[in-house]
Design a protein around this ligand. Sequence first.
Ligand code: ADP
Ligand code: MG
Length: 293
Amino acid sequence: ATPTALMVGTGRGAQLGILIKGPEVLETTRKIDTIVLDKTGTVTTGRMTLLAVHTAEGTDETDVLRLAGALEHASEHPIAQAVAAGAAERTGTLPVPEDFTNVPGLGVQGVVEGHAVLVGREKLLAEWALEMPVELARAKAAAEAAGRTAIAVAWDGEARAVLEVADAVKDTSAQAVSRLRALGLKPVLLTGDNKAVAEAVAAEVGIDEVIAEVMPEDKVDVVRRLQGEGFSVAMVGDGVNDAAALAQADLGLAMGTGTDAAIEAGDLTLVRGDLRAAADAIRLSRRTLGTIR
Ligand code: ADP
Ligand code: MG
């Protein structure tokens, strides 16, 4: 394509809500055959809500909400914000943690009112050699079968509760996936969340391939592996945990509603956070380069 055509393509992109880092980006989109989609914040809104609290026998729900809410209040994770907001709504002012550590991809841990508290995936509890009592394991399985994320809460060496949180699929995601397919791309859902939740979201938007329970630092390896299998890979993401994968992908598309780290790592920014713009971007580049009319 001529430099003028590339400039026109870039300008048209801006009108469609797509910011392109440079005209050379258009060239790489031509060969893309696979598109990896981050789940939380990309396919879903990322705005989570605390839906239910399941307590172990002898545990008080207010204690669960105060201790878990206090710790999550210190984290910026969408799940953490849902737990903190739900806890504050139900119990009032939350205590301030004496100690707090974010454990990326797993949860949070710290000290609240003298108790050593963990909030996060069952894997985080397992790292502390804690097991869930059978009634909590059952609540977790039921929540996940319903497509919700189940978060464990433990303190002073005992698993005490399971929290159910969920976020909604964006109403544009299913249409975006079908447009990406129409462009000949194979969509793959990639997430740190558990398999059951990921599969429920995938089914809702029409994706067959799911790669779940991937640690933040391993997302880049998933992209590398697909590339090693000969695929030309686009990646769409919004989080700090997506930045390395966005940089590794042949084409990185960042949600404009996402973190600065993702936007800096991407080749393209989908300004409005609408996944349909990913299909627009690829169609536009191909058209600009004369591959399709
Ligand atoms: P995603 O890849 O979907 O954007 P993350 O990699 O950030 O998700 O997190 C993976 C999983 O780790 C979450 O689905 C959740 O189960 C757990 N997790 C991470 N951070 C927190 C937190 N602050 N509180 C509770 N659970 C968390
Ligand atoms: Mg995300």
